[in-house]
Design a protein around this ligand. Structure first.
Ligand code: M6R
Length: 612
C-alpha cells in the first residue's frame, strides 16, 4: 500500500526522498510525489501518476527542489483514480501546508462539504486533501501549526500515518499516526520518518515506533513526541537487525527469486535459536505454559498466504494436540462471532505485522478475553506490539509482493509451536518428538536439495506457461499447499487458477476439466496417497495434463501416473509441507517470467494491506 518517507537534515532532501521512495516501491503504488521546503520558506511540490521514473524525469525537467527538509509518498489509489492531481503530497489552498497520508479518512465527505461551504476549493478526489485543507483552515484560525494539527486530529475519523510540512516552519516536519504504521529514524544531524523500516536502512537502523494518537515534531537536530494531550512522551529506541543488503536484489533478477533461494537460511535462523539440547525452547512463551492447560480450542487467524499457513496449522496442530483448531480468514473472523474467551487461544500470523484485517481480529480476540499469540516477521510492527506473546520469524526483509520465505518460516514456526505445546501437554511420545527434532535439524539442507532441482521447475514452467487455467488438487495438508501454489501462480502470472480438496472435485468442479486443462496434483501426504491418485486418474481420463508432486519414496511407485513429476525429499510427515511449497513457488515464478510479468510488483497488489 502507500509509502511515506520524510527527512529533516543537512543535505538535499530530494535525493533522500527519492532513495526512500525507491525502497518503498515494492509495497505497490500507482503514483508518487515529493514536497520540499527551502530555507526561505518556499514550499515546492512535484508529483505524478506512474512509476518513480516518471517523477524522476519530472524533477530533471524542472528546477531542482532546494531544501533539506521534505516529505515523499508512493500512492496506492483508494479514493480517486490514479492520476497526477490525486497523487500526494497534497497542498492546502493557501499553498502553505503539504501533507502525505497513508490510511483512509472515513468522515472526509462531511469535512469536505463543511470546508466547501467555507469557500475552500478542492483540487483532488482524495480523502487526504481534507486533512490539508482543514489544517490550513485551523492554521488561519490559530496561527500555530501544532494547534492546527491537533484540531485536525480531533476532527478526523479513520486511519492515518501522515507527514506534514509548513512553509512558515522551514526547519520542522510533523508526523502523526493512528492505526497505520509510522516510525521515526534517528541519524547524525538528520532525522527521518517512514511507513516502513526498509526505507531507512541505508541511513539508520535506530528507530522508534510511533503509537496511536502520537504527534512528532522533527528537526535535523531533535525529535520530540507528544501524546494526545500534548504531553511529551519518552520513547524507547530500537536497533533494527536487518542490514541494507538484505533489502537489495544481490544479483538476482527478482526479489522473489532471491527470497525463494534464501529459504534454507531463513528457516535455519528461525529454527536454531529455539533449540537447546535437542529440545524446542520458546523463551518468548515461558509465561504462556499455564495458560495452555485451560485452552480448549485454537483459532489461527490471518490473510492470504498467512491464512494458508494457518490451514496447514489446522491439520497439524489438531493432530498433535487433540483439540479443535480452526483456520480463519481475518477479514471474516470479527464479523462471524467466534467463540472467544479465556479458553480460546488466538494465533495471528502476519509477515508485515500491519495487515488491517488481522489487526482488527487481534483486537476483537483481546476484547473478548482471549490471549493472542502472533507469528510476525517485522519487529516492532503493530500486531507484534499488541499481542500477548510474539514469535518472530527471522526471515529478514521480504520485498517481493508474493511471499515465499516469510510463508515458509511462518509454517515452520507454527509446526514447532504445535510440537512444543504437545510436549508441554504430554500429548506426544518421546520417540515421535525426537523424530521431529531430527527432521527440524536437517530441514534447511533438505530445502537446499529441493532448490537444486530448479532447472526442472523452470523447464516445466516453460512447457505450461501458455495455459489459461490451472487447477491444484490435494488432500489434507496437500490441499492447504495447493491453495498457496494456486495463489502464487495467479498473483504473479495472472493465470486463472483454482485449488480444490481433491475429494471435492466430483461435487461440481470436475465439469471444468477438459482436454488440455492443467492439473497440479499434490500427493505428498502419504496416508491419503491412494485416494489422491484416484482423483488424478479421474482428471486424466477427462483429458487433463497432470503435474504430480510426490516424495522420493512414493515417486518410485507412482511415476507412471504422470510424465511431469516434482519430487521432494522425505522428511518427518509434519514437516513435509515445508518442502512441498518450494516447487510450487518456483513453478509460479518461472511461469510468470515466461509471460513477461512484473513479478515483484504484480498489478493491483500491495505488499502490506492496511485497508479493509
Ligand atoms: O503481511 P501479511 O502476512 O499479514 O499479509 C497477508 C497477505 O496479504 C499476504 O500473504 C498476501 O496474500 C501475499 N501477497 C501472498 O503472496
Amino acid at each position: 500500500m502507500c509509502g511515506i518517507i520524510g527527512y529533516a537534515g543537512k543535505t538535499e532532501a530530494v535525493n533522500v526522498l527519492l532513495d526512500g521512495l525507491e525502497r518503498l516501491e515494492y509495497r505497490g503504488y500507482d503514483s508518487a510525489g515529493v514536497a520540499v521546503v527551502s530555507p526561505e520558506g518556499k514550499l515546492q511540490v512535484k508529483k505524478s501518476k506512474g512509476r518513480l521514473a516518471v517523477l524522476r524525469d519530472l524533477l530533471q525537467e524542472s528546477d531542482s527542489l532546494v531544501g533539506s527538509i521534505g516529505i515523499g509518498h508512493t500512492r496506492w489509489a483508494t479514493h480517486g483514480e490514479p492520476n497526477d492531481k490525486n497523487a500526494h503530497p497534497h497542498v492546502g489552498q493557501d499553498g502553505k501546508i503539504a501533507v502525505v497520508h497513508n490510511g483512509i479518512i472515513e468522515n472526509y465527505l462531511e469535512i469536505k462539504n463543511y470546508l466547501i461551504r467555507k469557500g475552500v476549493t478542492f483540487q483532488s478526489d482524495t480523502d487526504t486533501e481534507v486533512i490539508v485543507q482543514l489544517m490550513e483552515y485551523y492554521y488561519k484560525k490559530y496561527s500555530n501549526l501544532m494547534d492546527a494539527v491537533y484540531a485536525v486530529l480531533n476532527r478526523i475519523k479513520g486511519a492515518y500515518a501522515m507527514g506534514i510540512l509548513c512553509s512558515d516552519y522551514p526547519e520542522q516536519m510533523l508526523a502523526a499516526r493512528k492505526d497505520a504504521p509510522l516510525l521515526i529514524g534517528y541519524g547524525e544531524k538528520e532525522n527521518f520518518i517512514a511507513s516502513d523500516v526498509t526505507a531507512l536502512l541505508s541511513h539508520t537502523r535506530t528507530v522508534t515506533y510511533m503509537e496511536d494518537d502520537e504527534v512528532a515534531l522533527i528537526t535535523a537536530d531533535s525529535v520530540q513526541i507528544y501524546d494526545s494531550d500534548r504531553s511529551p512522551v519518552e520513547k524507547e529506541k530500537h536497533i533494527i537487525a536487518w542490514d541494507v543488503s538484505a533489502a537489495e536484489k544481490g544479483g538476482y533478477a527478482h526479489f522473489m527469486l532471491k527470497e525463494i533461494m534464501e529459504q534454507p537460511e531463513a528457516v535455519r535462523k528461525t529454527v536454531s535459536p529455539r533449540i537447546t539440547d535437542g529440545k524446542i525452547v520458546f523463551e518468548e512463551l515461558k509465561e504462556a505454559v499455564e495458560l495452555l492447560q485451560n485452552i480448549t480450542r485454537i483459532y489461527i487467524v490471518a490473510c492470504g498466504s498467512a491464512y494458508h499457513v494457518g490451514m496447514v496449522g489446522k491439520y497439524t496442530l489438531e493432530k498433535l494436540l487433540h483439540i479443535p483448531v480452526e483456520a480463519c480468514l481475518a477479514s471474516e473472523f470479527r464479523y462471524s462471532e467466534p467463540i472467544l474467551g479465556e479458553s480460546a487461544l488466538v494465533i495471528v500470523i502476519s509477515q508485515s505485522g500491519e495487515t488491517l484485517d488481522s489487526m482488527a481480529a487481534l483486537r476483537e480476540a483481546k476484547k473478548k478475553g482471549s490471549k493472542v499469540l502472533s507469528i510476525v516477521n517485522v519487529m516492532g510492527s503493530s500486531i507484534a506490539r499488541e499481542s500477548d506473546y510474539v514469535l518472530y520469524t527471522w526471515a529478514g526483509p521480504e520485498i517481493a509482493v508474493a511471499t515465499t520465505k516469510a510463508y515458509t518460516t511462518q509454517m515452520v514456526l507454527l509446526i514447532m509451536l504445535g510440537v512444543y505445546f504437545a510436549k508441554q501437554l504430554s500429548r506426544i511420545s518421546e520417540e515421535e518428538y525426537d523424530k521431529i527434532m531430527v527432521g527440524l535439524d536437517s530441514l534447511p539442507e533438505k530445502i537446499k536439495d529441493v532448490l537444486k532441482n530448479i532447472d526442472n521447475y523452470q523447464k516445466t514452467a516453460s512447457r505450461y506457461f501458455n495455459h489459461s487455467s490451472v487447477f491444484y488438487i490435494g488432500r489434507n495438508v496437500d490441499y492447504a499447499l495447493g491453495l498457496e501454489g494456486s495463489l502464487k501462480l495467479k498473483e504473479i502470472s495472472y493465470i486463472h487458477s483454482e485449488s480444490y480438496a481433491a475429494g471435492e472435485l466430483k461435487h461440481g468442479t470436475i465439469s471444468l476439466i477438459e482436454p488440455g486443462t492443467l492439473v497440479v496434483a499434490l500427493a505428498t501426504y502419504a496416508p491419503l496417497l491412494e485416494k489422491t491418485l484416484s482423483n488424478v486418474v479421474e482428471v486424466k481420463s477427462r483429458g487433463a495434463e497432470v503435474i504430480l508432486m510426490a516424495t522420493e519414496e512414493t515417486a518410485k511407485t507412482i511415476s507412471s501416473q504422470s510424465s511431469e513429476l516434482f519430487v521432494i525429499p522425505e522428511t518427518h510427515p509434519v514437516l513435509q509441507p515445508v518442502l512441498g511449497v518450494i516447487p510450487l513457488q518456483l513453478f509460479a515464478y518461472y511461469v510468470a517470467l515466461n509471460r513477461g510479468c512484473d513479478i515483484d510488483k504484480p498489478r493491483n497488489l500491495a505488499k502490506s494491506v492496511t485497508v479493509e
